[in-house]
Design a protein around this ligand. Structure first.
Ligand code: HEC
Length: 222
């Protein structure tokens, strides 16, 4: 009889000890979220490298409708996001869903994970502290003329880029990247924008509103 009582007491102690150490702190969790913020926004429908985590609680994994970069592994995992599933995923994503595409090695420490999960829950339920803003992406529609690309001429291995102020700079083709941004902060159609180092330096990137524009913009000529 005494043994049973002792066992029962031990279980009660264990239970409380476990709860005490895993009770997450929402404010601390907001800080931990900085490890996620480069890839995840908390604004509904705003997808970055990873899907928006707004309304995550109770959602089935891999089901944000406008996010097209889910792995088959995550979509087929059958996971529903809640305290236990998030805790496991964040501790070790690769072991939880082998073959997933989240480049994050995992958070082995218990307390920051519990804090983060508490924060994600609070945000999902509309009770979170002000969510840290997703990285600011400059609005390319309002880029100054110096950054608007007027023409691109290609001669051999060189692109000659002329900006809206009629200044032309040569770039070795290997140093110039072409990207697209069809999102709300992307450039206007027909007005690609130089970003990054702009017209300074030997490397640059030009952002178009859609891929169809790219080759039409580049005129061959030496
Ligand atoms: C380097 C970018 C990156 C970082 C950092 C990152 N994630 Fe992710 N995350 C992704 C990508 C990409 C996916 C989609 C993975 C897939 O489909 O296999 C994802 C998926 C998820 C999902 C599943 C969402 C859904 O709709 O099913 C959750 C939850 C999640 N991440 C939480 C986090 C949290 C919390 C952190 C911070 C500790 C974090 N992630 C850090 C890129 C990242």
């Amino acid at each position: 009889m005494m043994t049973i009582v002792r066992y029962a007491a031990a279980i009660v102690v264990l239970f409380f000890a476990r709860n005490a150490s895993s009770a997450g702190d929402v404010q601390r969790g907001a800080k931990v979220f900085q490890a996620c913020a480069a890839c995840h926004s908390l604004e509904p429908g705003r997808h970055l490298t990873g899907p928006s985590l707004a309304g995550l609680w109770g959602r089935k994994a891999g089901t944000e409708p406008a996010f097209h970069r889910y792995s088959d592994a995550l979509e087929r995992s059958g996971i529903v996001w809640g305290e236990a599933t998030l805790d496991k995923w964040l501790a070790n994503p690769e072991a939880t869903v082998p073959g997933n595409l989240m480049l994050f090695q995992g958070m082995r420490e218990v307390q920051p994970r519990a804090d983060l999960v508490a924060f994600l829950r609070a945000v999902s339920e509309g009770k979170g502290p002000a969510a840290p803003k997703a990285p600011a992406i400059p609005d390319l529609k309002t880029a100054p003329l110096d950054f608007i690309v007027a023409t691109i001429r290609r001669c051999g291995d060189t692109y000659f880029v002329t900006n809206g102020s009629k200044k032309t700079l040569p770039f070795w083709e290997f140093n110039l990247r072409f990207k697209t941004d069809s999102g709300p902060s992307g450039p206007a159609t027909g007005r690609p924008v130089l970003v990054g180092q702009g017209m300074q330096g030997d490397r640059a990137q030009i952002v178009f509103s859609n891929p169809g524009e790219i080759s039409g913009f580049i005129k061959e000529g030496c």
